[in-house]
Each structure stands twice: as structure tokens, then as C-alpha cells.
Ligand binder design. Structure first.
Ligand code: FES
Length: 106
């Protein structure tokens, strides 16, 4: 089964099955991945699903859209490959994707 790996700030890895019709945020929350809160329910309005995409995957998963960009621009810990997991519809084509979770969410 296709999977995505969330890596916590302390290096702990959390492998989650990639299932369609859900965002990466929802997959993380449903699988109790620590550090992904998703407080706004996926509306790109809270920033608590901030992840950092492994640079080797940034060209595959695409770039942020305007609403996502606005929220990310307010994050002082933003990285060049930062994304909001709620704005990333899961795709089985992302099998093997690795994303990092920052130590603190906004
Ligand atoms: S869940 Fe709130 S911005 Fe992603």
C-alpha cells in the first residue's frame, strides 16, 4: 500500500497509508500523527498543519496556491518547501513521500 512518512522534529517517523479523497492533514489527524493539529478543519485558516516537504519531492507535490501562501507568509518558521498539509489532496502517486513536521505549529 502506498504511504507517506511524517517525520517529527525529534526524528520519530510516522508512516501513514495514502488513501484518496483526503488531505495529508486529515490522514495525519486520523492516524494520530503528533504535531499536526488541523485546528481549522482544513480551511487554510490556522496554520497548524504546517509541514516541510522533502526537497526531492517538492516538484512532485506542486506549489502552494494563493490562500495557502497567505497563511504560510505569516509563519516565521517557513521553509522554502513549506506547505499546509490540509491543502494537499493525498495521491497514491505520492508513495514514499517524506515530510517533516516543525517543532511548533502557529
Ligand atoms: S488545518 Fe488549518 S491551515 Fe491547515
Amino acid at each position: 500500500m502506498a504511504s507517506v512518512t511524517f517525520v517529527s522534529h525529534d526524528g520519530a517517523k510516522h508512516e501513514v497509508p495514502l488513501e484518496g479523497d483526503q488531505s495529508l492533514m486529515q490522514l495525519a489527524v486520523d492516524n494520530a500523527v503528533p504535531g499536526i493539529d488541523g485546528d481549522c478543519g482544513g480551511e487554510a485558516a490556522c496554520g497548524t498543519c504546517h509541514i516541510i516537504v522533502d526537497s526531492s519531492w517538492s516538484g512532485v507535490v506542486g506549489t502552494s496556491r494563493e490562500v495557502e501562501e497567505e497563511m504560510l507568509s505569516m509563519n516565521p518558521e517557513r521553509h522554502p518547501t513549506s506547505r499546509l498539509a490540509c491543502q494537499m489532496p493525498a495521491s497514491e502517486e505520492w508513495d514514499g513521500l517524506v515530510v517533516r513536521i516543525p517543532e511548533f505549529q502557529m
